[in-house]
Design a protein around this ligand. Sequence first.
Ligand SMILES: C[S@@+](CC[C@H](N)C(=O)[O-])C[C@H]1O[C@@H](n2cnc3c(N)ncnc32)[C@H](O)[C@@H]1O
Length: 277
Amino acid sequence: MESKSSVPPYPLTGSQLSLSPPRAVSRKVRRVSDYIAANRAIWNAWTTYFATSAHHADAALVHTGGSSLRSIEREEVGSVRGRTLLHLQCNMGADTLSWARLGAQVTGVDIAENAIGAARALARETGLPARFLQSDVYALPAVLADEFDIVFASYGVLCWLPDLPRWAEIAARYVRPGGVFYLAEMHPFTNVFTTADPTGSGLDLHAARPYFHTAVPAAEKVEHTGAGNLTTLYSWSYGLGEVVSALLDAGLRLDFLNEHAVAFYQRFPTLVRGDDG
Ligand SMILES: C[S@@+](CC[C@H](N)C(=O)[O-])C[C@H]1O[C@@H](n2cnc3c(N)ncnc32)[C@H](O)[C@@H]1O
């Protein structure tokens, strides 16, 4: 398990993302399935309309023979050649196919059918062997029975989960005896903060989300079609201890927990690009 720093759920850049400050959903209590459906619709729309997003840039990298994986996960996961790998919440499959390029036998899962469609197309166009399944991760045990050498999830997966302990149980269920679960995630401390002006001085950060989990998600308005129309996205917070405890309670053993003083995209204006990109 691993953790690293930066903010929320969607590595879209300022021009694609319009945020209003998160607030507790108070007027209308919705069912968890409603929140998940709303988020799924947003991911479908982002896949379709935000061709300039970081996710599309990752897919383009893979398309031209490169890798979208960062050095952190490449080094911490180690060699994947000949190993089976399940990628949870794989979006358009850029990382999944990057692992395939390194010799893993990969399966990617995501709830957004447009993302899975794009992942399948990317696999076809690159000739990289892969299996992609469209499924809510919570429903995965009903459609996937295998076990894997490596279960992998990264950057922006936890905030979509209403029930982290159940997710951890599902992740653990897919690790074959002797296999590993690996998570690289944005540091939950940085998820607390937001900036009103993403292009400003960076000195106006304010606390906008809880650090610890609450059953009621934070709600924020995001632009999802690129046409200026806003819709509500829902996200849940989990503190570092809650994440580690959920995974341990699911029966996994902790091998290491590394905190890195980097973000993988320009989450706050004060961040500067490192020599390694
Ligand atoms: C920030 S992206 C993850 C990106 C990932 N690091 C990658 O490899 O590209 C979050 C993904 O989680 C997916 N997602 C959100 N809720 C989900 C759920 N309940 N089940 C499966 N996928 C879900 C979204 O569709 C989206 O593609």
